[in-house]
Design a protein around this ligand. Structure first.
Ligand code: NAD
Length: 283
């Protein structure tokens, strides 16, 4: 089945990036969000990102125009009726995602594939809440989506081969590299990345070093492109906390305990880049 019509749920930093890469691959995208402001910002972000790609010579000006024309922002889940593939990229919260998939499942055609971009939540659990667990899969894009090469593909317990093959093929069509893993809390990427970020927050809380020093030591010493606290700000501190909570609860090991300082920042509304302040401050 040629996947051509896409639905993306959530117009936040991941949702608009996913919408953009599909539109750049000439797919028609409906991008749904409950927030009109998020939809407006999402379209603006796609415009800015595509313009930067044109500047760098990675996208032709006519492709930028085509990309913008192919993304339709909306708050109407009814528009998902004819979609070949619907990718959920809303806030990292199990109850919210369950509700969203119930809504999607009610309107999507029988042949639609449903995917979640969740960072940590069980694909098998989300799939079980729909009437199509065989056509459900994890499609975990990396941030920022237009620039990052990897898509981590997660098979739920009942995902069938047809769905898996169609999604591997689709990722390739986007110019991405798909790497598969099994369904387990945090999959591979966040099982390893998030405990490192959490440990950096513990180091900060315990006064081992200040924010700049922690980031510089990890950047220069480990050859990481950005430090762990700057990366936490990029991911979103609320998302980091949700992922640590899933690892802690679902793996049942105290080594995944979210750092109290991370909880404090989230409680204060300091969520990183998206709120203008996290461990670093942003204009
Ligand atoms: P975000 O906070 O930037 O955006 C989430 C969006 O979901 C918001 O615009 C919000 O209005 C919208 N939303 C909430 N409820 C909704 C509903 N019922 N219907 C439609 N939209 C709804 O978050 P994000 O960073 O884009 O993360 C989205 C998902 O992608 C999460 O599951 C996250 O774990 C995952 N993810 C995040 C990153 C990252 O680096 N931030 C990387 C990979 C995966």
């Amino acid at each position: 089945m040629a996947i051509q019509k896409i639905g993306v749920i959530g117009a936040g930093q991941m949702g608009n990036g996913i919408a953009q890469v599909f539109a750049q691959a000439a797919c028609h995208v409906v991008m749904i969000d409950v927030s009109a402001d998020a939809l407006k910002k999402g379209i603006e972000t796609i415009g800015k990102s595509a313009a930067k790609l044109v500047e760098k010579g990675k996208l032709q000006p006519h492709q930028m125009a085509q990309t913008m024309a192919l993304v339709m922002p909306s708050s109407d889940y009814g528009l998902l009726r004819d979609r070949d593939l619907i990718i959920e990229a809303a806030t990292e919260n199990l109850d919210l995602k369950r509700k969203i998939f119930a809504q999607i499942d009610a309107v999507a055609g029988d042949n639609s594939i449903l995917a979640s971009n969740t960072s940590s939540i069980s694909i098998t659990t989300l799939a079980a809440g729909t009437k199509r667990p065989r056509k459900f899969i994890g499609m975990h894009f990396m941030n920022p989506v237009p620039l990052m090469q990897l898509v981590e593909i997660i098979r739920g317990l009942d995902t069938d081969d047809e769905t898996y093959n169609a999604i591997m093929e689709t990722a390739k069509r986007l110019g991405k590299t798909a790497v598969a893993c099994n369904d387990s809390p945090g999959f591979v990427s966040n099982r390893i990345l998030l405990p490192m970020i959490n440990e950096a927050v513990f180091a900060l809380m315990e006064g081992v070093a200040d924010v700049e020093s922690i980031d510089n030591i990890m950047k220069l010493g480990m050859n990481h492109p950005i430090g762990p606290l700057a990366l936490a700000d990029l991911i979103g501190l609320d998302t980091c906390l949700s992922i640590m909570e899933v690892l802690h609860r679902d793996l049942g090991d105290s080594k995944y305990r979210p750092c109290p300082l991370l909880r404090k920042y989230v409680a204060a509304g300091h969520l990183g880049r998206k709120s203008g302040r996290g461990f670093h401050k942003y204009a």
